[in-house]
Design a protein. Structure first.
Length: 158
């Protein structure tokens, strides 16, 4: 009876590791979607309404980016992204792209800002499509590998 309980605990522990890895991949997609919405919203408000950046950031609300948006309201978007950079679930190229975007935000004319927002939104949407296509594969792979590792260790121990 104890062997069966031990087997179940080992497989369950490794299986939960696979679930955590799958949740991490889903979180990456959610954060990327949130940044895409923020960049698109900034571009639309600058392009159509010529809204000041302070007002844009005061009106933005997103659960995924709450820490970043709160910091952006207080100290500015460039500094806020650098502070929150390691908390984001993004690749280095995406962090560099967004870091440059937020640091340079507000240093150009409205037309140039709109063009830059469109460029960053296009790059983020391409990365998002790539992540969405990979998400089911990575989720299934991480779950399967962790469960199989748990089963393998159980077989080796007993």
């Amino acid at each position: 009876m104890l062997k069966i309980l031990g087997c179940a605990l080992i497989i369950g522990a490794f299986g939960s590791g696979g679930m955590v890895a799958a949740a991490y991949f889903r979180r990456q997609v959610a954060v990327l979607e949130s940044f895409l919405r923020v960049v698109s919203s900034i571009g639309a408000r600058i392009g159509f309404c010529l809204t000041p950046l302070e007002k844009i950031f005061s009106e933005l609300d997103d659960q995924q980016l709450s820490g970043f948006l709160e910091e952006a309201r207080q100290i500015g978007a460039g500094k806020a992204f650098e502070i929150c950079r390691e908390q984001q679930y993004l690749s280095d190229s995406e962090k560099n792209l967004l870091g440059t975007f937020f640091r340079e935000l507000g240093t150009r004319s409205a037309g140039e800002e709109k063009t830059n927002c469109d460029y960053v939104a296009d790059r983020l949407s391409a990365a998002l499509e790539s992540r969405r296509a990979e998400l089911p594969k990575k989720t299934k792979l991480s779950r399967s590998l962790c469960f199989l590792t748990g089963i393998m260790i159980t077989i080796m121990l007993f």
